[in-house]
Design a protein around this ligand. Structure first.
Ligand code: LMR
Length: 473
């Protein structure tokens, strides 16, 4: 606006004349709307030869917008990049790296992409040869992807699949899928509360806050044992109003790495059924936690077998390494196929004004990997390899801690945790010492991503943890 006004003084005479006429006619309303736009204290009037005009002195109406804090997880990577120390270690974001701490592109992903090229499924085919239907995916996403993703989660022979009782919509990875479900809850379950574990993944609360869905926390982590506060969890789920949503981490709880045992899952399901709550699973690590796709889906399948209606958000960021493709899904298991069709139609209705329709590339990769027996088997091997590497650094970190720490502290909780994270139990000030003194970047809640650790760095990390734990209060 300010630039537009200033350029008025330098237009050619004729243009300037008509503009001046216009300007005179609209001067009053123009000035007031400009002042409205700039704010009265943002503008002052100056005289020029032919007319007087308002010049912006301060150009921004956004002065009341304060600087947002860095994201507690993704912001750690930004701080890491700025550190020049050669010992620096990024254990903040949960992203898999190789033993050389390099990002890893799965071989099955490369193979799937080559297949896509060969079959002309890729974007590289000339636009005029594309079927019009391919220009945009349908709102619910790629049909082949939606089919395989639900089958992978529930098992292809599960009755909910056979009876078409699952509403599956492709989502923008885990976050986007959770957000879509949150929008559905906000619209169709007004006032219903979502129960969230304490602690939980740093983005869960943001998602429900932005969707205007009320939430409260249930106890999950016991700092004394660095283990599960199972009694606290059960009593908080019992105390919640009937019909609440209970957000559960399907496997490899983020950030703690502490999962309920199969017997505990049964008890959780009992209470949820008693209270007519609706389970809402976040499954971000299927296959990546234990190395087995079926084992990591067992918590979800247990509830499905009991005939419970539920939500499941899925992500392929970790298990297929498709972090930047933003590929995942929201699945809603319903009591009837008719209900599933209606739920799906409403998920589509919510998605359309949010992002219109999802991207295709990641969906095709998943459809090709999961849909081909050969690639599927290779994927399982690669997943076992990644999960195995994480398990081996977990063991090595534990061994190094035991060797270095002579205080008698029990570090065995590290071995009991599962998945890519370990919750160290370090306090905020202790994590600050990890970063300022040791250049180890991690989230302030004490979480470290073992997926970003190599065997070679385990001893260094153990030194940093022992120092921070014993010497910083
Ligand atoms: C994490 O928890 O580090 C990952 O899920 C990445 C993210 O988006 O926070």
């Amino acid at each position: 606006m300010a630039l537009a006004m200033l350029s008025l003084a330098s237009v050619s005479p004729s243009a300037s004349l008509s503009l001046q006429e216009n300007f005179k006619t609209n001067w009053k309303s123009g000035t007031s709307s400009l002042i409205n736009f700039l704010g009265s204290d943002f503008s002052k009037t100056k005289s020029y030869t032919r007319t007087s005009m308002t010049v912006a002195v301060k150009v921004s109406r956004f002065n009341d917008i304060t600087m947002a804090p860095p994201d507690p997880i993704l912001g750690v990577s930004e701080a890491f990049k700025a550190d020049t120390n050669e010992m620096k270690l990024n254990l903040g974001v949960g992203a898999y790296r190789t033993e050389d701490l390099q990002p890893y592109v799965l071989n099955v992903v490369k193979k799937a992409e080559n297949l896509m090229l060969e079959r002309g499924e890729n974007k590289e085919i000339p636009y005029h040869l594309l079927d019009l239907n391919v220009l945009y995916l349908p709102i619910e996403g790629l049909a082949a992807f939606n089919k395989v993703t639900a089958e992978l989660l529930f098992g292809a022979d599960n009755t909910v699949i056979q009876q078409q009782r699952v509403a599956t919509v492709q989502g923008l990875s885990g976050t986007g899928s959770l957000r879509l479900a949150a929008a559905l809850i906000e619209r169709y379950f007004p006032g219903a509360k979502v129960l969230i574990s304490s602690p939980t993944w740093g983005n869960h609360k943001n998602i429900f806050n932005d969707a205007r869905v009320p939430w409260s926390e249930y106890r999950y982590y016991d700092p004394k044992t660095v283990g599960l506060d199972f009694d606290g969890m059960i009593s908080d789920i019992k105390a919640a109003p009937d019909g609440s949503f209970v957000l559960l981490h399907g496997c490899a709880h983020n950030p703690t790495g502490i999962d309920p045992t199969p017997e505990q899952w049964e008890k959780i399901a009992d209470v949820i059924q008693e209270k007519s709550h609706i389970p809402f699973f976040d499954v971000a690590y299927q296959g990546f936690a234990s190395g087995s796709l079926d084992e990591d889906a067992s918590s979800v399948r247990l509830f499905v077998a009991r005939g419970v209606e539920l939500f499941v958000a899925q992500s392929y960021s970790k298990n297929l390494g498709l972090y930047a493709e933003r590929i995942g899904a929201i699945n809603v298991v319903c009591a009837s196929s008719d209900a599933a069709a209606r739920v799906k139609s409403q998920l589509k209705r919510l998605a359309r004004p949010m992002y219109s329709n999802p991207p295709i590339h990641g969906a095709r990769i998943v459809a090709n990997v999961v849909g081909s027996p050969e690639l599927f088997n290779q994927w399982k091997e690669e997943m076992e390899m990644m999960a195995g590497r994480i398990r081996s650094v977990r063991q090595k970190l534990y061994d190094s801690l035991c060797a270095k720490d002579k205080s008698g502290k029990d570090w065995s909780f590290i071995l009991k945790q599962i998945g890519m994270f370990s919750f160290t139990g370090l306090s905020k000030t202790q994590t600050e010492n990890m970063t300022s003194k040791w250049h180890v970047y991690m989230t302030k809640d004490g979480r470290i991503s073992l997926a970003g650790l190599s065997s070679a760095k385990c001893e260094y990390l153990a030194d940093a943890i022992v120092d921070s734990y014993h010497n910083v209060k």
